[in-house]
Design a protein around this ligand. Sequence first.
Ligand SMILES: O=C(O)CCC(=O)C(=O)O
Length: 325
Amino acid sequence: MSASRAFEDEFVNFGVVDERTVERFRCDGFVTFPRSIFRDTKSALDAAHSAIDMVVRGENDTGRAATKLPRPQHRQGVPSTIHGINVRNACTFLDKIATSPVVGRLIAKLLHWPSVRLAEDQLWVKPPQATALTFHRDSTYFDFTPQEVCTLWITFDACLDTTLGPLEYCVGSHLWGDKRRGSAKHFFGDDNKALLMDAFSQQFPDDKAGSPIIVPVLAEAGGCAIHNGRTWHGSGPNRHLTSSRRGFGVHYIRGDAVFREPLGHLWAPYKQPGSLVVPDHLLPIIFRETREGPLGAKTDNAVEDHGILASHIHSSTSISSHVPT
Ligand SMILES: O=C(O)CCC(=O)C(=O)O
């Protein structure tokens, strides 16, 4: 295994990511890593589960709070998905994942980006019997130029079938146009494919019999998937009676992206007066290609790890969810 092709360090190990994987990502709009990406899966899962319990209790180990605290709630007697934003601010372990330079290098390879910037993370805990999550595109919610987004989604519970409601992708949907009717006002509910079906019929108006191809991310605990921000995705209900499904999504943008006005409420708090430049100390670059060689030819020393800076978003910053609750 050549060092230039293995995406690994002492924390994570994605294995060899070759040109076929890059091609699959280009065609399908996502790629799945069904095995745990953690070197020490047991300690990583223990750490992740404790971290999630901690942030759901409203606590932190950093002295800072999540932008949106993940709070258990019910709708009409049914438990809803617990959703937090920028929980890495509150949690050292989740911050370590979100700022992993290996993740950055992998995303740079998949997207052909010269550098990768961490934009936001989201925690998705689906309690037993929680409802589905509406299919959507991430890129719609990111006010940057270029408007490219890439998301890493990790499951901290084994999803070897669809019982727990794993993430699902619509194959090739990143290549569809932008037409659709309606907006994802109601993110949590059982009819989670209405927007997707509308986008599909706008994309293929003459295809009366066809339907989108949807595939679940089936992975062991610690496995993950990476998707293009234009790929339609969502997830089904958790049909299990006792087990939760805990997922962590991290959204990345190009390191050279700048703010695109008008800025929505999500991003306006990060903007400095009179400048469209994205501040590195708030949204850190986690990987940058160097001049010394082609992307991936250098490993650790080609990587700029700004993990510490990732936590510099002040807990008082109020950024609402892109997911209405
Ligand atoms: O975990 C889920 O069900 C949704 C995740 C998601 O939409 C995302 O990470 O972009």
